[in-house]
Design a protein around this ligand. Structure first.
Ligand code: HXC
Length: 258
């Protein structure tokens, strides 16, 4: 696997994908988004990988779509080309859990990319924003939808209308990020978290992810039914037997993803 705009590494059972265009604060080019999609395919195919971390560098997770590539596009280019959308959405099609580890700027498409992940761990210096309004446009990769679901209408509306950034503390208070950690602990924390998830039953992890995601797609009653069916289904797995037997035996469970 060779990539030019990202780095791909394995850390035990976690795949680490690092956005790597530091000169332009990891601005999202079509090439970067394509490589990210390809790396996610690799991670999904690799049986050893149980969870994925997407990160940037200390200054930026990603400062948005690459404005110099985007500025001369017209409506037909963006509409027929479905600008960045299809491949960016590869993240949300991942069945393996995906964690965004965000330090520095996560702006525009960068914030949207982080929000496509299953959850966000933020470094103390993280800054989130949807500044598209300052460029005469609006979020185009889910910002108006996912930010609103994450932090509610008031903050989402204010951020999309003013372009102001939210720091890590505010993002944690507002429910956008799961927790804030020191900058130099970010990667270690995210990779350790990914490895914790990778150590559980993969069937249970996929089902838990599917079920939480269903909460955003359906009514409470249908969501509860969906969850109950998946809960029942886990009782057909060897991993449920092993997990519960291990508890009773007071030993670590050895899940086999069966
Ligand atoms: C292209 C970018 C960039 C971007 C930064 N750079 N963001 N290039 N696209 N989104 C480049 C700068 O031009 C500069 O290049 C280098 O990265 C460093 O950036 P500076 O501005 O010098 O750094 P700083 O002063 O620290 O300011 C950081 C910043 C600022 C506040 C993050 O760069 C900024 O406002 N960036 C744009 C953020 C933005 O508007 N994002 C939304 C994009 S629209 P040089 O060559 O000068 O060193 C979007 C829509 C997605 O994302 C929809 C998809 C469908």
């Amino acid at each position: 696997m060779s990539f030019e705009t990202i780095l791909y590494q394995l850390h035990e059972r976690a795949a680490l994908i690092t956005l790597n265009r530091p000169d332009v604060l990891n601005a999202l080019s079509s090439a970067l988004i394509s490589e990210l999609a390809r790396a996610l395919d690799d991670a999904e195919r690799d049986d050893e990988v149980g969870a994925i971390v997407v990160t940037g560098n200390q200054k930026a997770f990603a400062a948005g779509a690459d404005i110099s590539h985007m500025k001369d596009l017209d409506l037909v280019d963006t509409y027929l080309g479905d600008f960045l959308r299809d491949e960016a959405e590869r993240i949300e099609r991942c069945r393996k859990p995906v964690i965004a580890a965000v330090a520095g700027y996560a702006l525009g498409g960068g914030c949207e990319l982080a929000m496509m992940c299953d959850f966000i761990i933020a470094a103390r210096n993280a800054k989130f924003g949807q500044p598209e309004i300052k460029l005469g446009t609006i979020p185009g990769l889910g910002g108006t939808q996912r930010l609103t679901r994450a932090v509610g209408k008031a903050k989402a509306m204010e951020m999309c209308l003013t372009g102001r950034m939210m720091d890590a503390e505010e993002a944690e208070r507002a429910g956008l990020v799961t927790r804030v950690v020191d900058n130099d602990a970010l990667l270690e924390d995210a990779i350790a978290t990914a490895n914790v998830i990778a150590g559980y039953s993969r069937v249970a992890a996929y089902m838990a992810k599917e079920s939480v995601n269903r909460a955003f797609e359906t009514t409470l009653l249908e969501g509860l039914r969906f969850e109950k069916r998946l809960f029942h289904a886990t009782f057909a797995t060897a991993d449920q037997k092993e997990g519960m037997q291990a508890f009773v035996d007071k030993r670590e469970a050895r899940f086999q993803n069966r």
